[in-house]
Ligand binder design. Structure first.
Ligand code: OAD
Length: 252
């Protein structure tokens, strides 16, 4: 079915030469900006129990703790800046779109460093730290301050119903249909700075592979899925990503 959908997309495009690249990013791309990763030594899950702070059950049991966890991370965003990997991807986006192609950044990251680095075509599959959602009226809004269990929803006035607009373990990631469509229409899938241990994101390389899309991994070290990629490059994202982007821009 997926192969058929890809064949139709390619036919519609008339096999033109434009490049459509889908990039999956993870915590590693923001590591050199000072945003902690999850599973490296000293990472976030070494300090916090994810069941307490990143599941619907943890939130039901102790909303104040969950808010404190995300308040700290939201405040941390103000201390960090996009790095050379984020800005290189923004440059690549401009380069491809000026030639009729497209770059889609699918990110597992809840930070806003891709946006602040200048990229525009970004899909936040695990949500965003700078947004909250009301469980009473479902309104999603930008939120840069703290949340507490007493916070009042500005839309419906419900108390204690605002939660981070973040996907927790056990919840469905966002925009899955759109992501699958983008992968099916890509000529290249690149995974950057992710350990490949959280599904469904970790499964995108398998989907791309099964559709005949070329796959490349850029990471500090081989991820759990490294064997599935056609090409691998290892090193810090701030070095490896701008180098790769320059190769594309120079047509190497
Ligand atoms: P992880 O912490 O699991 O993996 C980070 C990856 O980045 C590792 O493979 C590191 O080797 C690599 N890395 C570290 N520093 C790097 C650098 N400077 N340059 C390049 N790579 C570097 O983070 P994610 O794979 O993003 O979900 O984790 C996926 C999801 O698990 C997150 O979105 C989050 C987490 O639990 C939820 O909270 C639902």
């Amino acid at each position: 079915m997926r192969r058929l959908r890809r064949a139709v997309i390619l036919l519609k495009r008339g096999m033109r030469e434009e490049q459509n690249i889908v990039i999956l990013t993870g915590a590693g791309i923001s590591a050199d900006s000072g945003v902690p990763t999850f599973r490296d030594s000293g990472g976030i899950w070494a300090k916090y129990d994810y069941r307490e702070v990143a599941t619907p059950e943890g939130y039901a049991a102790n909303p104040a703790l969950v808010h404190e966890f995300y308040n700290l991370r939201r405040a941390g965003l103000r201390q960090v800046e996009p790095n050379a990997a984020h800005t290189a991807l923004a440059q690549l986006e401009q380069h491809l779109s000026s030639r009729g192609g497209e770059l889609t950044i699918v990110t597992q990251n809840v930070d806003d460093l891709h946006e602040r680095g200048g990229a525009q075509n970004i899909i936040h599959m695990h949500g965003e730290l700078t947004k909250v959602r009301c469980t009473n009226c479902s309104e999603v809004r930008i939120w840069r301050g703290d949340l507490t269990p007493e916070t009042v929803c500005p839309d419906c006035a419900a108390v204690g119903c605002l939660r981070p607009d973040i996907v927790w373990f056990g919840e469905m990631p966002m925009f899955m249909d759109l992501i699958e469509e983008k992968v099916a229409a890509a000529n290249l899938f690149v995974s950057i700075g992710t350990s490949g241990s959280v599904y469904p994101a970790a499964g995108f390389v398998g989907v791309a592979q099964s559709l005949g899309v070329q796959c490349m991994e850029i990471n500090l070290e081989p991820s759990e899925n490294a064997y599935l990629f056609d090409e691998t490059r290892y090193g810090p994202a701030v070095k490896a990503v701008p180098e790769w982007v320059m190769e594309i821009i120079k047509g190497k």
